[in-house]
Design a protein around this ligand. Structure first.
Ligand code: DGT
Ligand code: CA
Ligand code: CA
Length: 570
């Protein structure tokens, strides 16, 4: 870690403290610290590793010495991490816009509570920003340019956000004469929770004509390049799309190469080399001779491997698992038999219980649980906790009206700061399904957060969105996940894979970890209206990336098996 990297973390801390409106002396202290480190001729990393007492250097007190040590030894600065959790990540992004320093961002944030670049753009365009003191037309112009650049450079899109435009584009291309195959490779095909750009492959008679047609796709905003085998455009939402021509003979090799990820590709290439083979985007070769490339299956077979599903291609042990014949048999959407987490007009949902029930029947579910919020969030929404009791009565009536589906009585109960629950036992005892969820106090220490969750395990059946992250916006809580998962398995608490596109929580990595420990999962929609019951497909994507099989998922069981297992604990 260089001095200027250390300084950058300290300066960022100062910026965020300033945006937050902290004491100016504190802000200045961090800014000074950053400058001292940046300007020092000493190599701090080396000094720390040699155990040198930094306070002996001019200008470095006890605090700064501790900060530098922490950063060098952990690569992170905990004060900054805390601030990042407290403030929307959009504010951090704004800091890299030329002309926007912490003072101006604070002005903007205080006035409009803008939390993302898209909102910033909106306020710049609709004239609101210009009402702030010091925001002249030149600055507004610079802000707009900055937003555009940033979006091009580094903004990732939620998978679900690009799904419809990706499908539209695919259909559009397939309509063109001479186009035989269109496939979207890359992270989109791997169903990664967020996508940097779209990598589209086509097999076509005349690529030049297809490329001309491609850049006229109605949602294209800007054509970056249109070459002989590759074209790049930006769509209205700033999403980059690359189109590549591939030949039929190389299609499998190209699809494999551009699906990635890169680390998976590199591993495959290593295995090939050991066998005296060469793999690239055109095929698998022994010497000059091409021995495979038409299909992906052929490519894997040629290097002595079985077919690996795109969702698993992350170099997280999938190649080893294939060689040891223990690749998972991944869960599919059609395996889901019920949904155990949804909201209605009894709390913050938009549709009635009956509308949710009808939609669930339409989806062929055998059972659902109605799980509105507990006291804290009811009150916050101006509602009364007695509503739950009325709701239970209504469920009784609907059970009679819709005998073809089992309607379970549930609630999504807040886990309070000390791990106790936001409904009394008397109410909890009347419920079939108690989901526990953390909705506030996200930045407790790891120990406190773990304790909070384990305490709640005494009374809950399912832990909702365990990490409490919002993709690209909020990192989520810290907890001793190994301990949480072991306890969940031991106590029969089911872990949710929440299907909301910006949650997808548990993440792929933690879901895999929990599976290895032996936990059970519920892939739930967390629907806030009837249409949202469809979101379960996103949860399925994430579950597959976490190596989850049908047998691991409690709501993939038919109702009779479900109650046997789910209610065993009670
Ligand atoms: P993204 O777009 O950031 O969400 O992630 P990807 O995985 O779609 O990455 P992207 O668009 O940069 O490239 C698409 C695929 O192309 C990638 O998954 C693997 C392959 N690829 C790209 N660059 C390299 C490379 O330098 N070496 C190898 N072996 N493969 C590469
Ligand atoms: Ca990509
Ligand atoms: Ca790409």
């Amino acid at each position: 870690m260089t001095n200027s990297e250390i300084a950058k973390l300290l300066a960022r801390t100062a910026d965020l403290l300033e945006i937050k409106g902290e004491n100016p002396f504190k802000v200045r202290a961090y800014r000074n610290a950053a400058r001292i480190v940046e300007n020092s001729s000493k190599d701090f990393e080396k000094l720390v590793k040699d155990g040198f007492d930094l306070t002996r250097l001019p200008g470095i007190g006890k605090d700064l010495s501790e900060y530098i040590k922490e950063i060098v030894l952990t690569g992170k600065f905990s004060k900054l991490e805390e601030l990042k959790k407290e403030l929307p990540s959009g504010l951090l992004e704004m800091l890299s816009i030329e002309g926007l320093g912490p003072k101006r961002i604070k002005q903007i944030y205080d006035a409009f509570h803008i939390a993302s670049l898209s909102e910033l753009k909106k306020y710049a365009e609709n004239g609101e920003l210009a009402k702030l003191k010091g925001f002249g037309p030149k600055l507004i112009d610079r802000i707009l340019k900055g937003v555009k650049q940033l979006k091009k450079a580094g903004v990732r899109f939620l998978w679900a956000e690009v799904e419809s435009v990706a499908n539209e584009l695919k259909e559009y291309l397939l309509k063109f004469e001479g186009v035989e195959v269109v496939e979207i490779a890359g992270s989109f095909r791997r169903k990664k929770e967020s996508v940097g750009d779209l990598d589209v492959l086509v097999i076509a008679k005349d690529y030049g004509k297809v490329s001309e047609y491609f850049v006229k796709f109605p949602k294209v905003k800007e054509v970056h390049s249109a070459g002989l085998t590759r074209s790049t455009v930006f769509l209205e939402n700033s999403l980059q799309v690359d189109l590549r021509a591939v030949s039929r003979e190389s299609y499998g090799a190209a699809l494999h190469y551009f699906t990635g990820n890169k680390a998976h590709n590199i591993e495959i290439r290593k295995i090939a080399i050991e066998k005296g083979l060469k793999v690239n985007e055109y095929g698998v070769y022994r010497g000059e001779k091409k021995i495979a490339g038409r299909t992906e299956e052929e490519v894997y077979e040629a290097v002595g491997l079985c077919y690996i599903e795109p969702e698993l291609r992350e170099n997280r042990g999938e190649i080893e698992a294939c060689l040891e014949k223990r690749l998972p048999n991944l869960i599919e959407l059609k395996d889901i038999k019920g949904d155990l987490h949804m909201h209605t007009t009894y709390s913050d949902g938009a549709d009635s219980i009956e509308e949710m029930v009808k939609k669930a029947i339409e989806r062929g579910y055998e059972y659902i649980a109605i799980t509105d919020h507990s006291k804290r969030l009811l009150v916050a929404n101006g509602l009364d906790e007695k509503r739950l009791l009325e709701q239970l009565d209504e469920i009784e009536k609907l059970r009679e009206k819709y005998p073809q589906i089992k309607i379970l009585k549930g609630a999504e109960v807040d886990i309070l700061e000390d791990g106790s629950l936001d409904f009394d036992d008397e109410i909890l005892n009347r419920l079939d399904v108690v989901i526990g969820a953390i909705h506030y106090k996200f930045n407790l220490s790891k120990e406190a957060q773990t304790k909070r969750i384990l305490k709640a395990f005494e009374k809950i059946d399912i832990l909702a969105h365990p990490q409490n992250r919002l993709i690209n916006k909020r990192e989520g809580i810290e907890a001793e996940w190994d301990e949480v998962f072991k306890k969940a398995k031991e106590m029969g608490v089911v872990l949710e894979i929440n299907s909301q596109p910006d949650r997808l929580d548990l993440s792929d990595i933690l879901a895999k970890k929990a599976k290895e420990i032996g936990c059970k999962f519920a892939i739930n929609s967390d629907a806030h209206n009837a249409k949202m019951l469809e979101f379960v497909k996103y949860g399925i994507n994430q579950a597959r990336r976490g190596w989850i099989e049908k047998e691991d998922v409690i709501n993939a069981l038919g109702f009779n098996d479900f109650i046997k297992i789910f209610f065993k604990q009670k």
